[in-house]
Design a binder for this molecule. Structure first.
Ligand code: HEM
Length: 131
């Protein structure tokens, strides 16, 4: 998990909270059971463990989407605006915009047995701690 924190002022006297907690897809993928269930909807990570018993659509559908990007399934159902509002309660962070793309590309390359060393170098640069 990587955390980026910054807060600022937009110059109009209004506080802008830009703090965010970032997760990688592989971290989300580990939370795929009844004990701990996370999923991703539109790049945002949700911990729906305590929502399992309460979901009007049943817990099975959430279990099917456990640890993965559930954006398409969520939209296919045509969830109401109330359901979208409920998402906030379970929001825990975002998929890292850059590492998310690298994870996806890495999986594609490896599954095609076409390693791209540059990808790993780029990843190392991104993960490098600042001096
Ligand atoms: C945190 C995420 C989710 C929340 C807060 C949520 C919330 C809700 C709510 C409030 C309803 C009642 C109908 C409505 O108001 O739209 C519902 C129904 C349903 N949801 Fe979800 N849902 C979530 C994720 C998902 C996912 C990932 C799926 C995957 C397929 C799913 C499948 C369904 C189904 C099948 C129904 C029943 C629809 C019906 O009976 O017409 N939900 N959900």
């Amino acid at each position: 998990m990587a955390t980026a924190e910054a807060s600022g002022n937009d110059g109009k006297g209004q506080e802008v909270d830009t703090s965010a907690t970032y997760y990688r897809l592989e971290e989300v993928a580990k939370r795929n059971s009844l004990k701990e269930l996370w999923l991703v909807i539109h790049g945002r990570v949700y911990d729906v463990t305590r929502f399992l018993n309460e979901h009007p659509g049943g817990e099975e559908v959430l279990l099917e989407q456990a640890g993965v990007d559930a954006s398409e399934s969520f939209e296919d159902v045509g969830h109401s605006s109330d359901a979208r509002e409920m998402l906030k309660q379970y929001y825990i962070g975002d998929i890292h915009p850059l590492l998310g793309i690298l994870d996806f590309t890495h999986r594609r390359c490896c599954s095609l047995r076409f390693p791209v060393p540059l990808l790993h170098i780029g990843k190392q640069i991104l993960l490098r701690r600042p001096c």
